[in-house]
Design a protein around this ligand. Structure first.
Ligand code: PGA
Length: 267
């Protein structure tokens, strides 16, 4: 795992977008795992800007989102289908037939889960999985005690997650679906590379537990410590509780793989 600290949330999001863009340029038919949430909005805005101004081409890539609420229609304003349409898909030249999310309205939800896994397999597996972290340490909707080898499945949301995401439902957690379909921790760990973006002081404590604490199903993001190629991009506020801050700063300043980004004052 590699942790990279940037001064502001904007620069952390832009660095994340630049890493995605570099992978997409190197492999136009990239299979990209996508995430939702407030943290990702800056990443998608930056990718849309690169599409407009630099011709970043999404036409050959495939995408697979981590999760979707159960029981929300695709065009419900708070569904993740709608989030993705609004923040990314409508702003770039992605082929919508290759942009996948789990179907939270499937008549047979248990059958939808292996079907989603099969679609990922048929696409050749995920090359790069973008991730955020929930305040309860989840990746996707893998809430505490999710098996670290879990696959795509239905999951009941925790009160912490309901409270965190109520803002998308007019501030009323009572209006939120209580269950979601989510890729499993095991599914996520099979991605060839993982890229987690974490910003804000309210994530500092859970980030430190995920990155530097023991691997535990209580903090499913901690399973990323097992991944052979996981980068974690954070801003100063989120980094505040990390013990290894000096080392992480040194990595960005001295390691040659980061040279191209170091010289760019916007990241
Ligand atoms: P957030 O969500 O970006 O809205 O904080 C992150 C997550 O729950 O994964």
């Amino acid at each position: 795992m590699e942790v990279i600290i940037r001064p502001t949330p904007e620069r952390a999001a832009l660095l994340t977008a630049r890493i995605i863009a570099a992978e997409l340029r190197a492999k136009p038919d990239l299979v990209l795992g996508l995430a939702t949430g407030a943290t990702m909005e800056g990443v998608y805005t930056a990718l849309a800007a690169m599409h407009r101004s630099e011709g970043l081409d999404f036409s050959h890539c495939s995408t697979f989102n981590l999760d979707e609420y159960i029981g929300l229609a695709q065009d419900h304003p708070s569904s993740y289908h709608e989030y993705m349409r609004q923040h990314l898909f409508s702003r770039v030249n992605i082929n919508r037939s290759r942009a996948h999310l789990p179907d939270g309205m499937a008549a047979d939800l248990d059958a939808e889960c292996p079907r989603y896994e099969e679609r990922i397999r048929q696409a050749g597996g995920i090359d790069l999985q973008l991730l955020g972290i929930g305040r309860d340490g989840h990746i996707g909707f893998n809430e505490p005690l999710s098996a670290l080898r879990s696959r795509t499945r239905q999951k009941a949301l925790t009160p912490a997650t309901l409270a965190q995401n109520a803002r998308y439902f007019g501030g009323d957690a009572g209006k939120m679906p209580k269950r979601a379909l989510t890729m499993g921790v095991g599914t996520i760990l099979e991605a060839r590379r993982c890229l987690m973006l974490v910003v804000g002081a309210n994530k500092a404590e859970i980030l430190a537990r995920a990155v530097e604490g023991p691997i535990t199903a209580m903090v499913t993001a901690s399973a990323l410590q097992l991944h052979p190629a996981c980068r974690v991009i954070v801003d100063e506020a989120a980094a505040a509780s990390l013990e290894g801050q000096d080392y992480y700063r040194w990595i960005f300043q001295d390691e040659c793989e980061w040279g191209a980004y170091r010289d760019d004052p916007s990241v």
